[in-house]
Design a protein around this ligand. Structure first.
Ligand SMILES: [Fe+2]
Ligand SMILES: [Fe+2]
Length: 407
């Protein structure tokens, strides 16, 4: 399990993980992957001003009890093994195969729109509200028919630039999560707009700070920390967004423990919209491929986010986010216990560890005739132990184009 902790609690032998979260938004995160080998290293880390690090408890040699103590109670898997009731209906009124063409179209249109959107924001400091609203409406329609198809698609696109896909993905994820939480339709629309515009203030941050390859210094981080307020500055004059949306945008980097920015508010003070957007924001950041890092498989990213509960995230909100996407979100590439590989096709809100998988590759990753396996329903005919997911794997490691499997 991966747990976020204060650098003061680091000890020799602990294994630090690089989650790939960017310098820009997490400048106090120590993320040189590898074991801590000496007290000297710890002193150096603290004196350089780092405040937190992610630790892999398994590679650090901790057993379950020690991991439990470190992570404040429950292990990631334990938290989701039991039966759980979904916050809203399954989120599926139309099967994925049927929703796929519509979802693809929404996403393709959105990518074209995003390029124009970024250009307008950066060059002209303007926003096309009409197109933004139409996009958010399309997203709401798609996730209302089938919550998982569009969210799955977001994670199957690897080759587009993060700056284009990020606001699109955060909109899709936040809207899907809002729908899961049971927010009414007239709330989903402003939530989606808030998600779409959350980082637009980066357009007002000097390019040399945004594109700095190395670690930001204290002054540069102060500049970066202005981006939520700059989003507000750009948007407020346009009069098209409600105060609720604007404050969600301003609060998208506030944290549950009060260590966020710009105001350092925490707990229940952070608005519901902002909590939703920040979960979607971090999930997309962790899973996205960038020039300088690989994206994490979705299941691993959710594990990391679970380890951030009560620090970055409201504890019950992160649990609900994980239940919404499923431990193995649709679009995850997994190895089954019989060594076949496949794509998670539909989640199971009642038993999140047992989704339906479309098995499409043999143990050597050669294509095989696809079979849909519902892991919650062990086939009567099959002898041997019931199939489970052995692990989530990164298809990019094997150069596999899983979008072809999605048909
Ligand atoms: Fe941001
Ligand atoms: Fe963001």
């Amino acid at each position: 399990m991966i747990v976020k902790m204060d650098v003061n609690r680091l000890a020799v032998g602990m294994y630090v993980v690089d989650t790939g979260l960017s310098w820009l938004e997490y400048p106090y995160l120590f993320s040189s992957q590898g074991p801590i080998t000496s007290e000297k290293t710890i002193q150096a880390i603290t004196s350089e001003g780092y405040a937190e690090a992610f630790i892999d408890t398994q590679r650090s040699g901790f057993d379950d009890d020690a991991t439990r103590r470190l992570s404040g109670g429950t292990l990631f898997k334990e938290a989701f093994t039991g039966q759980s009731s979904p916050a809203s209906a399954s989120g599926i009124s139309v099967p994925m195969a049927q929703e796929l063409p519509a979802a693809r179209k929404v996403y393709e249109d959105a990518l074209a729109f995003a390029k124009d959107f970024i250009h307008k924001a950066y060059q002209e400091k303007s926003v096309d509200f009409e197109r933004s609203e139409a996009f958010v409406s399309d997203v709401i329609s798609s996730v209302s028919r089938n919550r998982e198809t569009l969210t799955g698609l977001c994670k199957l696109r690897f080759y587009d630039e993060y700056s284009y896909t990020h606001s699109i993905n955060v909109t899709v994820l936040a809207t899907a999560f809002g729908q899961y939480l049971g927010l009414p339709g007239d709330e989903l629309h402003p939530l989606g707009l808030g998600a779409l515009f959350h980082d637009i203030g980066k357009a007002n941050i000097p390019r040399e700070v945004l594109n700095k390859p190395g670690r930001l210094d204290a002054r540069e981080f102060q500049v970066i920390k202005r981006h939520p307020l700059e989003s507000y500055v750009i948007l407020k004059g346009m009069g098209a967004l409600t105060p609720k949306v604007l404050s969600a945008i301003v609060e998208h980097h506030e944290k549950y423990d009060g260590s966020g920015y710009p105001r350092g508010i925490g707990g229940e003070e952070v608005s519901m919209f902002a909590r939703i957007i920040s979960l979607a924001d971090v999930y997309d950041a962790l899973t996205s491929e960038r020039v300088y890092k690989k994206g994490m498989p979705p299941a691993q990213a959710l594990g990391v986010m679970y380890g951030m509960r009560e620090k970055d995230f409201h504890p019950t909100m992160v649990e609900r986010f994980i239940k919404c996407l499923g431990i193995y979100p649709v679009g995850s590439f997994v190895r089954l216990s019989d060594s076949r590989y496949g794509l998670v096709w539909a989640s199971n809100a009642l038993a999140p560890l047992f989704p339906t998988v479309k098995a499409a590759f043999d143990d050597a990753l050669r294509p095989i005739p696809a079979e849909f396996v519902d892991l919650a329903e062990p086939g009567l005919a099959s002898a041997g132990p019931p199939l489970t997911i052995a692990e989530a794997v990164d298809p990019r490691r094997f150069n596999i184009d899983i979008s072809a499997v999605m048909n």
